[in-house]
Design a protein. Sequence first.
Lengths: 421, 462
Amino acid sequence: MNNAVPNPTPTDWNGQIMQKRIASRYAAERRFKAMGFMAVALSTLFLAFLLFTMLGQGLRGFQRTEVAVDFDFPALTSGASAASISGANADASLNSMDIPGVVDLAISQQYGDQGATLLTSAAAANVRQMLADNPNLITGKQRLWLPAESRIDIAYKRSGEANAEKTVAALADKEALRTGFNWTFLTGADATDPSAVGIWAAFKGSLMTMAITLLLAFPIGVFAALYLEEYASKNKLTDMIEVSINNLAAVPSIIFGLLGLAVFLTLFGMPRSSALVGGLTLALMTMPVIVIAGRNAVKSVPPSIREAALGIGASPVQVVFHHVLPLALPGILTGTIIGMARALGETAPLLMIGMRAFIPSAPQGFTDAATALPVQIYLWSDEVNQGFVEKTSAAIIILLIFLLGMNALAIYLRNRFETRW
Amino acid sequence: MTGTALLFLVLGLGLVGWIVGRARAAAFVRAAKGGPRGQVNSLPSYHGWFVAVCAVVPAVIFMFIWQSVSPALVTNMVLSAPAASGLPQDGFARAAILSEARSIAMGLQSTAFQTQSEKLVPLYKDALSYYQMLGLAGTLLLLFAGGAFAFTRLKPDFRARNKVERLVMLGLLLASLIAIITTIGIFASLIFESWRFFSMVSPFEFLFGTNWNPKSVITPGADNGYGAIPLFWGTIFIGAIIAMLVAIPLGLMSAIFLTQYASSNVRKWMKPILEILAGVPTVVYGYFAALTVAPAIRDFAVMLGVSNAASDNALAAGIVMGVMIIPLVSSMSDDSIAAVPNAMRDGSLAMGATKSETIKQVLLPAALPGVVGGILLAVSRAIGETMIVVMAAGYTANLSANPFDTITTVTVQIVALLTGDQDFGSPHTLAAFALGLALFVTTFFLNYVALRVVKRYREAYE
């Protein structure tokens, strides 16, 4: 026995080979841990980079460059009085005043022939609004700050075309340029001129679409969840419903758009690109999410509650609607908010049903042509004009604020109201 | 009166019905007071609900049917009038005139572009108001008839609760059936439109052709440019290869780090951050990919010496899509690693294995089915993703494995085919449905397999 073959694996813990072996195993351990850390760090960095890029570009979209224009109103409007543009027929008299002509005249008197190219297309509307708000302006000489045209805007904020840069330098010398908050962006609608666009129309379209989606998906989703969890007997039909719901939850969203196009638009002849059809399509997409979240919430209500209610004589429907549903509601609401956030950010199905039209004013009803915030982002991202870049990012900031807000609300609700039995 | 106003009127009257029914039942209860207990079968509010449901439900159903039927009736009435006899026989011109007259009559349009439609406006106005009145009368009649019927049924021993509960159960069942109806609707519409497409273009060309350059006029027997192989390849290349090369390592390693190494404090902060990645809308990812990532990759490729790198390259779309998928892979891996019994992990650690050896040789093999299921779900999510590829990948079909090339996908082409101003029956529109069918079948299959794998694996440890 004393001439045994040396053991191929060392067992002497203090031996050099063993120490080396242990060191290399520990090194592998450290490498693996570092790889894991790198993975998390990379994902976080990507997110930070994305948000930072959007913020960096988008914040400029909330600002606009304004040009000082001197209006000699008595001369320009042949002496219209403050009284004539206030009171009951203010609108009519403002309409008869040819304000675009007045603005053109004023600016070409001040800046020469190229003056008319300095202002955005919405400038005349701005002047009209100022006069309507404060009729006394019309009695004297005024210096008004009007939004600049997109190329000037870009050149003033960062660097733009050579021509525009030259104009900006000249204007800046005269102190005729300043930066102001772009209210039009929050209150306006789509336009061909990037300095005159706003997101209110798209936002309203999104709100109307979401209203229809919530109105349909929430009751249907909750009812389906209650039926499947509480009443459904185990049979073929129930199996089919379950398979359908699981499948619908994973179907690509663009397929729902195709369904909306084929069924709602072509078969039922509903109005194209309306908030109604958009809401219906997104409701079909959101419903399975609510059903799945709802079933989990209902499942987590302990059976003792049902038995206690049944024991004091409640009917099965009363058990569910008086006891199980209120207790499951926080969970259901969390799932609903997450589903609605997903629907709010959804673009592809809305493109399919034609919500990509140019919408120059906010929709007034559910059957009017409308667009939605994410679709507006997509449309602006396709524009060649450089001025749309910051507007797209600014719209993205607003969309992200809403989505993150909704998700935060869902997490808050979950932590605040979730009961663990 | 608009549909919305009518709906509110009906609901308001339903509320009145509820109050009346409840008051009636409350009177029963008062009358029964002093008598033997239990004379009134149901609580007063159930009587109220019974009246309200009997009044509102038939009226609302009638309203919706009327909404969909009345346009055709209106058109018929207009056409039967003598003034409409001079209309052109050609279907298209006729429809244009009719729709113009209709929108003027409804106040959507102020001036007529066609002289003939102006004549029809008063006819349309008459017909519209006639049928609207008819619809209103029918709705209200049904409402009051239903309400009155229900009201006469109310008696102290009427089993209102049982009736109402049966209706509630019916409502719950109908709500769950909507999921089946939607699935059937998706399947039927895709199959039907694809059938129409394949009656024009041979399925053989579609499935095996390598030339994608869709023509709007179909010549039977010739190559019409509907070979979808480049699209299928592009979808697989971007969604299942590039995106997964990003998402699988990052997602899996994130899950391992967060569950096995990170302190609970780090985990508490990092998990929501990863979830934010999943909550960012795809249009934002698309914009980011097109505006920031794609130009950077093109410059990088040019630096490497790839001179023909496209600005809408496949790599940018794939990488950004992979980042979008990270949270999905991570949370699925997280679940399946957590499901491995602790005894296995403890056993391995007790034998002297380091943490990473335990993870690599015990936990991951045990969790593999769940991880694979998660990856299959991620692939299905990636190939169905639309906005990132629409905005960042190209529109030219290209059978190429060069990640710096422009490559198109199925979803991009669906969007491209449907955004022109084509008529619904055109081969372009129908081809989009055929592509949609291919996508639907593939994702359905992937999801089915993934869920089966995950489920069977869960059972193995429970």
